[in-house]
Design a protein around this ligand. Structure first.
Ligand SMILES: Nc1ncnc2c1ncn2[C@@H]1O[C@H](COP(=O)(O)OP(=O)(O)O)[C@@H](O)[C@H]1O
Ligand SMILES: [Mg+2]
Length: 426
């Protein structure tokens, strides 16, 4: 069994780690991977968006399964190209990936399907957007349509901020072509949670809930990042919400896609805002696993994950008991380079990864590379320490006592990951 994982972040290290422990003992490949995947897989010198090179490699090496981590290759149609040469892929087709690739398309689908989401208007013309801004509700949210690496959403608290956000997106093209079209949507109050579900084209298997921490500083202060930590499960997603999310979010979305001739398979990530009436509003869909949510959801899975991925790739074989869960909570804390999410330095030597790992804690590497036998920093989010525990406080303790072992110049991490969940439990 040969498996190719496409991508190079903490998410892909976690996917490679989980799949490498499968009972079939698969041979793992990562394109391009990082210093962490290098220890458990063969890294290929092909970047995640080099579609032609990935297809050539796959044609020659015939992986039994390709798992595509990031959104960019999915939106470029890597799944379609690999399936066209007869290979199995875990990940949606180009058309299905538009749920993430175009926030305008995604909103159209949600509105047509009657899914709870913020009311919005889309614009492809700067002057029309400005005109609308005159009467728009404040606060509101400006969203560039396309992929913007998590930077294309601006919360506007005043009319001036709204006008600036429209200008930045549509006139100054701060997010490039991603801002050719944009949405202005109502601001929703509530608490966020992430839901990941596996979909095989027909059946939906909801995975554990989790909650990400997007802001750089403690107590959700400072600018947004790719995510500074996460915990799972998220107590805001109470038992009574699961059937509602499955029916009102997932089933309706898949049905609406089907009406449009699109079959979804792979993982479908719903970013939810749960309001005080406990209605789960969809903020966005992603067509892939979340990073760092993956790093807390996968360690909670007992035994093999590969059969579930295979079922999705082959279509219509997902069953409710295909994944078993540990009775444990998980917390992960991201260690970032000083200065992130602004400018930061690379090339700092990382010490202590091995001493941070034990039967409860695993280190997933993200922005790292190996040079002369040393692991050095090579990105903003450098690594993630993910720990299990019998409850949330225990998992938090385990993660923070592990991460203390790791150091590099300028290293930075949040000290309050999971505390929102503790407040809710109290
Ligand atoms: N309608 C909204 N109301 C309130 N906050 C929002 C709204 N839409 C987005 N946000 C906030 O902005 C963040 C990013 O928006 P999202 O739609 O997830 O786009 P992306 O992840 O592509 O940047 C969300 O996690 C949430 O905190
Ligand atoms: Mg998001």
């Amino acid at each position: 069994m040969k498996i190719l994982v496409v991508g190079n972040g903490g998410r892909e290290h976690a996917l490679t780690w989980k799949l490498s422990t499968d009972s079939t003992k698969p041979e793992m490949f990562c394109a391009p991977g990082n210093a962490g995947t290098q220890e458990i897989a063969t890294n290929l010198a092909i970047k995640a968006d080099e579609i032609d090179k990935l297809v050539s490699w796959a044609m020659k090496n015939k992986p039994d399964l390709t798992v595509i981590g990031p959104e960019v290759p999915l939106c470029l149609g890597l799944t379609d190209e690999l399936e066209a040469i007869g290979l199995k892929v875990f990940g949606p087709s180009k058309d299905a990936a538009e749920l993430e690739g175009s926030k305008v398309f995604s909103k159209e689908v949600m509105e047509a399907a009657g899914i709870p989401t913020a009311a919005s208007k889309s614009f492809s013309d700067y002057d029309n957007a400005l005109k609308y801004a005159e009467t728009a509700k404040i606060p509101c949210v400006v969203k560039a349509e396309g992929l913007a690496a998590g930077k294309g959403v601006i919360i506007c608290e005043t009319k001036t901020e709204l006008l600036d956000a429209i200008k930045l997106t549509m006139l100054e093209k701060a997010f490039g072509a991603a801002g050719n079209r944009m949405l202005i949507e109502d601001f929703l109050e509530g608490e966020e949670a992430s839901i990941l579900a596996l979909v095989d084209g027909e059946n939906i298997l909801m995975l554990a809930s989790s909650q990400d921490h997007k802001r750089i500083f403690d107590n959700d202060q400072g600018p947004n990042t790719g995510g500074m930590g996460a915990y799972s499960p998220a107590p805001i997603v109470t038992d009574d919400l699961w059937p509602i999310i499955k029916e009102d979010v997932y089933q309706k979305t898949l049905d609406e896609l089907k009406r449009r001739g699109i079959t979804y398979k792979g993982v479908l990530y719903a970013g939810l805002m749960i309001d005080k009436n406990k209605t789960p509003y969809v903020l966005e869909f992603n067509c892939r696993f979340g990073d760092p949510e993956t790093q807390v959801v996968l360690p909670r899975i007992e035994g093999d994950l590969l059969p579930a991925f295979m079922a999705c790739a082959e279509g219509s074989k997902l069953t409710d008991d295909i994944i078993k869960w540990k009775d444990e909570h998980a917390v992960c804390v991201v260690m970032a380079s000083g200065g992130y999410p602004g400018d930061y330095q690379k090339g700092k030597v990382i010490e202590g990864i091995k001493s941070a790992e034990n039967d409860k804690s695993t280190v997933f590497q993200a922005g790292t590379k190996r040079v002369d036998g040393k692991i050095i920093t090579d990105g903003g989010r450098v690594l993630v320490v993910s720990s299990l525990g019998k409850d949330l406080p225990d998992a938090i303790n385990n993660a923070y006592s592990s991460i203390k072992n790791i150091s590099f110049e300028g290293a930075f991490y949040r000290k309050d990951i999971g505390s929102k969940g503790l407040k809710r439990n109290a």
